[in-house]
Design a protein around this ligand. Structure first.
Ligand code: ZN
Length: 413
């Protein structure tokens, strides 16, 4: 129970600090407010006796729990401190609902809101648990302060119990994950660990080692601009050509709203421009590289076909890589996943692995040479007012991570 109360206390305290990131900001970290929590975490890490505690110039807090056995490999544990820009995150007032009874949970600041197994079926599995929600006007920020709380609890437990045999544990709290900038180029070197885990997953038992592979595509259409009064035979309207491209692309297949499971998509998420010039912004997603290349090829083909109807226009397609499925690296050495599965089973949790239709900091880190599966924290209904987490799920995660650290401690022996 001590573990549960400690986790709850930390989550409630961290969630109350506004740490929303901002995609429009060019700085690193993107918002000053993230540093408020980072400085708190730095102080707390020093307070519990962690070594090499520092706040980097790009806004990450990094620390070490020294190993207790020689020769054991170093592992890194990561969580992000920022919360999603998509929903109100200032003035979060966490509410703890003790021993959840299976009914509807109300929100003091939004009487019309309700959370029950109808909205979130997983809640039915957590009857009897202590459930933490926000108060109605904001998100909770369990994504990823549940992960931060779990890592802090694990670090404190290890530092208080030097009898536990383990290698060095590197801790990293990163900013700006929600805006896709969580992995600074210096992070892998600063971590100095051959393997890591993000604590940023959902349901109890979830161990994720598959993410999308992701490209971004920008189509730029240049027409011929001229005063409309004198335009006959001369104007080439970039907006008409852009609309043709959109209309020719698949709409009943290969879009986010028509795909699921292992299917990929081409997603138009922004279009802008004038008769003179228009731009279309796409994200391309697939679990396989040939599938991803196929989405890019189709987009290029459609753009070329539309361009061919108007030789005076120019249509350019620029495709840039974003991140890659971490499975490509992990399947060559499944040890990090296998040990996480063993740690789950040893602590009475059945592990499961579903591919995530998105990316994590771990996708980038894995690609940069630090294999980094994602582990469950309990967070649910993230990025909105119904966000919730079970304290007992967080405790199950912390016990599993403690076991995982011990299992890695035997690897060097
Ligand atoms: Zn997250």
């Amino acid at each position: 129970m001590e573990m549960e109360r400690g986790l709850e206390e930390r989550l409630v305290r961290y969630a109350a600090v506004d740490t929303q990131s901002d995609e429009a900001s060019p700085s690193a970290p993107s918002t000053e407010r993230q540093l408020v929590l980072q400085r708190m975490l730095r102080e707390e890490l020093v307070g519990i006796g962690a070594a090499q505690v520092r706040l980097t110039d790009y806004g990450a807090v990094i620390a070490t729990v020294p190993g207790t056995v020689p020769g054991a490999p170093t592992i890194a544990l990561l969580a992000h401190v920022d919360t999603a820009p998509q929903f109100a995150a200032a003035g979060v007032k966490p509410v703890v609902h003790r021993r959840y009874d299976g009914g509807a949970i109300g929100f003091p600041d939004a009487p019309e809101l309700r959370l029950s197994p109808v909205e979130s079926p997983y809640l039915a599995e957590r009857v009897g648990d202590d459930i933490v929600t926000a108060s109605g006007g904001t998100l909770l920020g369990a994504d990823d302060k549940a992960g931060v709380a779990i890592i802090m609890a694990v670090a404190e437990h290890l530092l208080r119990n030097p009898g536990i045999a383990h290698g060095p544990v590197r801790i990293a709290f990163t900013p700006d994950e929600e805006i896709g900038r969580g992995v600074h180029p210096d992070l892998p070197a600063d971590l100095a660990a051959p393997v890591g885990y993000t604590l940023d997953g959902a349901d109890r038992g979830e161990i994720c080692y598959e993410s999308f592979s992701a490209d971004k595509a920008v189509v730029t259409v240049k027409g011929v601009s001229i005063h409309p009064g004198w335009a006959k035979g001369k104007l080439v309207n970039a907006l008409h050509l852009a609309a043709k491209i959109v209309d020719t692309l698949p709409q009943a297949t290969r879009t986010p709203e028509t795909t699921g499971g292992r299917e990929g998509f081409i997603h138009l998420y922004e279009m802008a421009g004038s008769a003179a010039e228009a731009t279309l912004h796409f994200i391309l997603r697939d679990f396989e590289l040939d599938g991803l290349a196929g989405h890019g090829a189709l987009l290029a083909q459609v753009a070329a076909a539309v361009a061919a109807t108007e030789p005076r226009a120019s249509v350019e397609v620029a495709i840039t890589p974003q991140y890659r499925n971490m499975r490509y690296w992990l399947e060559t050495d499944m040890r990090p996943v296998e040990l996480a599965r063993a740690a789950c089973r040893d602590t009475g949790v059945e592990p499961c692995s579903e591919p995530i239709r998105g990316g994590t900091d771990g996708s980038r880190l894995t690609e940069m040479g630090v294999p980094c599966p994602n582990l469950f924290t309990g967070m649910q209904m993230i990025h909105g007012p119904l966000e919730w987490v079970s304290v007992q799920d967080m405790a199950a995660s912390a016990r599993m991570v403690l076991r995982l650290v011990e299992l890695w401690g035997r690897e060097g022996a």
